[in-house]
Design a protein around this ligand. Structure first.
Ligand code: NGO
Length: 527
């Protein structure tokens, strides 16, 4: 047998892994290989047919041909692969012959706006999509079909085989999200970008930033400057505070947009507002500013619902923040307003929704906002642990869309086990299987497939302080959630997922990521 064909059959090249951190370029050759095949892609594609014996090698002669509208994606892919392969991988306008082709023609209509078709033959690697977002998702699949060494930050020896076959793939749900709480602990621009880079590998397309809470206000609002300078000065446990300037926030928005991720800004109201109330005495009903807060209690603060200035404040904040965020959503929080009377809560949420709509955005909110009069367009984010919520079910029956983040399944801040150093456990322990074994379309009675906009994994940061902490809690549970959000239910299989997920471990190591080495998963030796 020809040695390349043998390679294709044995594309499972398992070399040894060092137990310590991988040092690409130092430890290699010998450590940067993995089991890569169509069956190691996460989320599992909607359909795939492998072509045994076929392989396409990326070589020093490979060029990337891209249609107009796909050049940016080609540059993104080229940059990644140049770093590890050392090849020039020129990006050229189509038409071209061979190489990697990123085309905005010829994809089946059935893959919609976010799906793609990937064909790998001896001659070429061709990704086709109807929209650039689909091409980008196809490129993420292609990354997972390359040896893990392709993710290295230094030049590796190769070879760079991609297994042959065809994938036709599109998402089950249009909204696939992650939430990062930058209020309890602040994460700077570089840390957020790092997380975005990790998220897109699993086809996340929304990053919800929880920008304000009792313990910190994280975005400059020019008309209320003390929000950032005073309210942003603290964090949980008296750890360092921080905030984004408008330029920094725009930098995050643009970085995300270039990766087909929409930023969803959240200003949590009317509760969870101590940082704002501490910054401006005049926002308080009694005219006195409370002290800044660095504990972790919830439910003690409220904006002053009867005060006209409250709505000037909300309007200013929403106006300035929507000017920075091109995406359709503005998240108004609305959770745990236990210091606000039910009547005041309704008054406030109704007015806040009007303000957000007046600035041209769709309201999203924690599902508690169903207790006010939610607008038909308002999206509810369900976060409780119960499988029954009559008010949310009634809203769904009226056509309201729901993002599923049930805390007992999707909260990335819950501990994996009792002994997990980080995290909380009020919603239970969430091992990988627990994060995987539920169905977003049946979890909540009365909220079926058609009512579910998507799935989001919230990472609250009471106990999370570093990128290593973020990664430990999100990986591998976030990929589990994204398989629920992307892959058709018919593909759901815990045993299959255990294998697929295991194959990601070596990739994370090469990417320099931290992750939780769950015993429920078969990790390749040493990963
Ligand atoms: C709750 C609470 C947050 C906490 C989180 C911790 C929601 C929507 N409100 O979720 O303030 O940080 O739990 O798990």
């Amino acid at each position: 047998m020809h040695s390349r064909a043998l390679h294709a059959l044995l594309i499972t090249v398992t070399l040894s892994f060092m137990p310590a951190a991988v040092r690409p370029g130092v430890d290699s050759p010998g450590i940067l290989a993995s089991q890569v095949s169509f069956s190691s892609v996460v989320p599992i594609p909607a359909s795939s047919v492998a072509a045994p014996g076929i392989v396409h090698d990326i070589t020093t002669n490979t060029a990337i041909f891209a249609d107009t509208g796909a050049i940016g994606i080609a540059d993104y892919l080229a940059q990644k692969l140049r770093t590890s392969t050392g090849y020039t991988l020129p990006v050229r306008a189509t038409p071209g012959v061979g190489g990697i082709q990123l085309l905005l023609t010829g994809a089946p209509p059935s893959v919609g706006a976010q799906g793609y078709q990937l064909d790998v033959s001896t001659d070429a690697i061709v990704v086709r999509a109807n929209q650039p977002a689909g091409l980008f998702h196809g490129v993420q699949t292609l990354r997972q079909l390359l040896p893990v060494a392709a993710e290295a930050t230094t030049v590796q020896p190769g070879p760079w085989p991609v297994p042959g076959g065809t994938i036709v793939d599109q998402p089950r749900f249009v909204y696939r999200g992650a939430m990062l709480d930058v209020a309890r602990h602040f994460f700077n621009v570089a840390q957020v970008k790092r997380y975005i880079d990790q998220l897109v590998l699993y086809k996340v397309n929304h990053l919800h930033l929880h920008l304000s809470d009792d313990q910190g206000w994280r975005i400059v609002i020019d008309s209320w400057p003390r929000l950032a300078t005073v309210g942003g000065s603290t964090a949980v446990n008296r750890d360092p505070g921080g905030y984004y300037t408008k330029a920094e926030f725009s930098d995050i928005v643009n970085y995300a947009a270039a990766r087909f991720v929409t930023i969803v800004p959240e200003i949590d109201m009317p509760g969870h507002t101590n940082a704002a109330l501490a910054s401006y005495a005049e926002l308080n009903c009694d005219g006195n500013a409370p002290p800044l807060y660095t504990g972790t209690r919830v439910g003690f603060s409220s904006l002053c619902v009867s005060l006209p200035l409250t709505y000037t404040f909300v309007d200013d904040v929403v106006r300035e923040l929507t000017a920075l965020t091109p995406g359709p959503y503005f998240h108004i929080g609305g959770d745990e307003a236990s210091s606000t009377t039910p009547a005041d809560y309704t008054t406030f949420v109704n007015r806040a929704q009007g303000i957000v709509a007046g600035h041209g955005k769709t309201v999203s909110g924690w599902h508690d906002v169903v207790n006010a009069d939610e607008l038909p367009s308002t999206v509810l984010q369900y976060w409780n642990t119960s499988g029954t919520n009559n008010a949310v079910a009634a809203a769904a029956a009226r056509g309201t869309k729901v993002i599923m983040s049930p805390a007992s399944k999707a909260y990335l801040d819950m501990k994996y086990q009792n002994s997990t150093r980080l995290g909380l456990k009020w919603a239970g322990l969430i091992e990988v299987q627990t994060a995987y074994e539920w169905d977003p379309a049946t979890f909540l009675t009365g909220v079926g497939e058609a009512s579910v906009l998507g799935v989001e994994g919230p990472l609250w940061s009471e106990t999370i302080r570093t990128s290593a902490d973020i990664e430990f809690m999100a990986f591998p549970r976030l990929p589990a959630l994204m398989e629920l959000a992307w892959s058709p239910r018919s593909t759901h299989s815990w045993t299959g997922f255990q294998q697929r997920l295991g194959a990601q471990g070596p990739r994370w190591r090469v990417m320099g990521m931290n992750y939780y080495q769950s015993r429920q998963i078969t990790w390749p030796e040493g990963s």
